[in-house]
Design a protein around this ligand. Structure first.
Ligand code: NAD
Ligand code: ZN
Length: 254
């Protein structure tokens, strides 16, 4: 079903000169990667899973780390492909008006879809790399997974022997100030902020919405459910991303 206010929202996108898109886990559910808080979200179905992504347990409990590596071996992300929602954002890039994609996602699907990696701001990191929690050494995730497959249940850092993890920001871990600053800078200088597939409940990144609005940008929110920032939006378009985004970006229906 196409929501009634979609035409007005599409006009805002059509006349934008400097677009910033903010995405959350909802844009990847059509690629087969579950979100956290949606109706079929990982945490909605299993509240205990929230604990497993806490850095404290990861650092102190080797069994939590071994389980995390086993899980990384066959996560849906390795076989997932970008979906229509991702491709609609590529359309915006082709139009020459896309300034940045700020994403909370760690799946790397924006880059896979063809977005210039320099335009993607991954505020919660990426699971396509590993990082040593002691010396900071960054390597490809596939290299670590090869070691797990070869029998190392919790592969230590090759450089210093420290504990390695996906290069993501777990709960209890600090965000990277330069990355967050860049996201807010983009929010302050865009003329339209399009937020897609996020409950907008994770702080501080949800604050890019009021920040953009206070700096004069128009805000459009596309999500299946209400979000915590709906009050800041010029248009809240509620519906499925695959239905809404093609219309919003002016892509011809297939
Ligand atoms: P969230 O789970 O809090 O919210 C996702 C929102 O998207 C929900 O409100 C849901 O109703 C909506 N949604 C899901 N599928 C949709 C669809 N097809 N059409 C329209 N709406 C849809 O996600 P969040 O706000 O990104 O916060 C979750 C945190 O978890 C992030 O910080 C992120 O780092 C992490 N995460 C990432 C991934 C990923 O990389 N794909 C997946 C799960 C969680
Ligand atoms: Zn190290």
């Amino acid at each position: 079903m196409v929501p009634p206010n979609i035409a007005a929202a599409a006009e805002v996108i059509a006349s934008a000169q400097r677009l910033v898109v903010l995405t959350g886990a909802g844009i990847s559910t059509d690629s087969g990667i579950p979100d956290f808080r949606g109706p079929n979200g990982v945490w909605t179905r299993n509240p205990a899973a929230e604990k497993a992504s806490n850095i404290h347990y990861y650092l102190t409990d080797p069994e939590v780390r071994r389980a995390a590596w086993r899980q990384r071996l066959d996560t849906a992300v390795w076989t997932a492909e970008p979906n229509l929602g991702h491709h609609c954002i590529v359309d915006l890039q082709r139009s020459g008006r896309l300034a940045a994609v700020i994403t909370q996602n760690i799946d790397g699907l924006h880059q896979e879809s063809g977005i210039d990696p320099d335009l993607v701001i991954e505020v919660h990191g990426t699971m396509r790399d590993t990082r040593c929690l002691d010396c900071g050494d960054v390597r490809s995730m596939q290299e670590a997974l090869d070691r797990v497959r070869a029998g190392e249940a919790d592969p230590p850092c090759r450089r210093c022997g420290g504990i390695m993890k996906a290069d993501t920001i777990s709960f209890g871990q600090a965000l990277i100030p330069e990355v967050i600053d860049r996201a807010f800078q983009m929010a302050q200088t865009c003329d339209v902020l399009l937020a897609v597939g996020s409950s907008l409940s994770v702080s501080p990144i949800n604050q890019v919405v009021p920040t953009a609005s206070r700096h004069g940008a128009k805000v459009i929110i596309v999500n299946g459910e209400r979000t915590e920032m709906d009050a800041w939006a010029h248009h809240v378009v509620r519906g499925s991303i695959a239905d809404v985004l093609p219309v919003l970006v002016g892509r011809r229906p297939r």
